[in-house]
Design a protein around this ligand. Structure first.
Ligand code: NAP
Length: 243
């Protein structure tokens, strides 16, 4: 049974991805900081699924996870998110540092730690969950845009560096997805988070999970370089046609 590592599996896109992959016959390592959630998810999935503590900003935690895996056939770098919607003039360094540490450095560190395990697989795939915010800037998006542009850049670099190896590299850029993303962005302000999804039908986490499942299910010679997936009423990170 091939093994998939999904970071940020305690919620949203990561949790849905773990479910979709398990349904396709993957043994899923469900990793996040909220250990009780990923353990419950693994118990629900069965098939050898494991719930593991992981903080992608902490090298000790990453190394401990990597030490538990012999071969990794699929790494889904999903852990991350946004903090704040301040202008660049008013932004807090701590928010930017959180976004860079999780989205950019977290992705890079996971790839580095698991590279020997990916190269040990007969064919492997790295899927980075980036964002349309990695393609189009928007007012208030400064730190998140910069982080996702950065994560996207490292995805392109990785693809070039791994050409000729059995490891494929894919980027998935979702638009608005209703998850805990906005709750985290607005520091737990449920009203502010709900307003993001008001009068529009956003993507569901399962929609993005299905994209990951499909990318991973392609034959080893085929690399899905990029998928952009948005709500039908979204035409940019800050352009949503609301009812
Ligand atoms: P979510 O529901 O808030 O899930 C974020 C996940 O990331 C959680 O499982 C969280 O787990 C994990 N995470 C955050 N920091 C972490 C860390 N330091 N170490 C390990 N895990 C960490 O949001 P989501 O929408 O599913 O977001 C998943 C990814 O999709 C993110 O990279 C986000 O930027 C991207 N994305 C989201 C949207 C959207 O509209 N929702 C659109 C485009 C892209 P713990 O807190 O338990 O660690």
């Amino acid at each position: 049974m091939p093994t998939a590592v999904v970071t940020g599996a305690s919620s949203g896109i990561g949790q849905a991805t773990a479910r979709a992959l398990a349904g396709d016959g993957w043994r899923v390592i469900c990793a996040a900081r909220r250990l009780e959630r990923v353990k419950a998810l693994a118990a629900e999935l069965g098939g050898g699924a494991v719930g593991c503590y992981l903080d992608v900003t902490d090298q000790v935690s990453i190394d401990a996870l990597a030490a538990q895996i012999d071969v990794c056939d699929l790494l889904v770098n999903n852990a991350g998110g946004a903090k704040g919607l301040d202008t660049i003039a008013q932004a807090k360094d701590s928010d930017w540092e959180w976004m860079f540490a999780s989205n950019v450095m977290g992705t890079a560190r996971m790839i580095r730690a698991l590279m020997p395990k990916l190269l040990a697989a007969p064919a492997a795939t790295v899927v980075n969950i980036v964002s349309v915010a990695g393609r189009y800037p928007y007012a208030g998006g400064g730190g998140y845009n910069a982080a996702k542009f950065g994560q996207r850049a490292l995805t392109g670099v990785l693809h070039r560096e791994l050409a000729g190896t059995p490891v494929r590299v894919s980027e998935i850029d979702p638009g608005l997805v209703e998850t805990e993303f906005s709750l985290v962005r607005f520091g737990g302000d449920a009203a502010a988070a709900a307003a993001v999804y008001q009068d529009v039908e956003p993507l569901r986490a399962a929609d993005v999970a299905e994209a990951v499942r499909w990318v991973a299910s392609q034959p080893p010679h085929a690399n899905v370089d990029l998928l952009i997936i948005t709500s039908k009423d979204q035409i940019g990170p800050d352009k949503v046609k609301r009812a």
